[in-house]
Design a protein around this ligand. Structure first.
Ligand SMILES: *[C@@H]1O[C@H](CO)[C@@H](O)[C@H](O)[C@H]1NC(C)=O
Length: 184
């Protein structure tokens, strides 16, 4: 009887498995980010937010938490930018619009999103989606104020871009959390 050569030479088989296994483990992490990001409305933005993180979040809950932290980082950054502009604006309408944006974003940065991140650790994902949905509404209100102040300078273009990024990040985060609530 002829024995197939792979069975006859187990050392090759185990060498093959040894080489294959680490790449399998790696690709299953990538697949989770892929799978979750593909279900969001801005897949590229989702990938750009989650891929660079080290250590790479490897389960749905840490992915959702990481995404909420990216939202928090971006709103915090936007609030800082707005606050620095308020000080240097002499146009009353622009100053009012900027001050209003700062008022809208401050509680989101200081309380709401940090609370949502804490709530997620306790498994309260519905609350987190509510808070992120609310944060998204604040970006809309801020943007309306900026647009209707009729200031058409470099800084309003920059704020508009940041508001859009934050809004899209909120969309991504909400959709990552919804994916988590539905289970694997
Ligand atoms: C804002 O979000 C982008 C896209 O995910 C990310 O690359 C960047 O680091 C974030 N910025 C801050 C300040 O968190």
């Amino acid at each position: 009887m002829r024995i197939p050569s792979t069975v006859a030479s187990p050392p090759y088989l185990s060498l093959f498995l040894l080489l294959l296994l680490p790449s399998l483990a790696q690709s299953s992490d990538d697949d989770l980010i892929d799978k979750i990001c593909k279900a969001t409305p801005f897949c590229d933005l989702c990938e750009a937010s989650l891929r660079p993180l080290a250590p790479s979040p490897s389960d749905p809950k840490s992915l959702a938490t990481a995404m909420a932290n990216v939202v928090l980082g971006n709103i915090t950054d936007t609030l800082g930018y707005i606050q620095s502009l308020v000080k240097h604006t002499h146009e009353p309408a622009a100053e009012r619009a900027l001050a209003q944006c700062a008022e809208l974003y401050r509680p989101v940065v200081k309380f709401n999103i940090p609370q949502a991140i804490e709530a997620m650790q306790r498994g309260e994902f519905g609350f987190a989606t509510y808070v992120l949905g609310d944060a998204e509404k604040q970006t809309d209100s801020c943007q309306k104020g900026i647009s209707s102040a009729g200031v058409d300078d470099e800084s309003s273009v920059a704020i508009t871009a940041r508001n859009k990024l934050v809004k899209n990040l909120c969309d991504v985060a909400i959709s990552v959390i919804k994916c988590l609530m539905q289970g694997p």
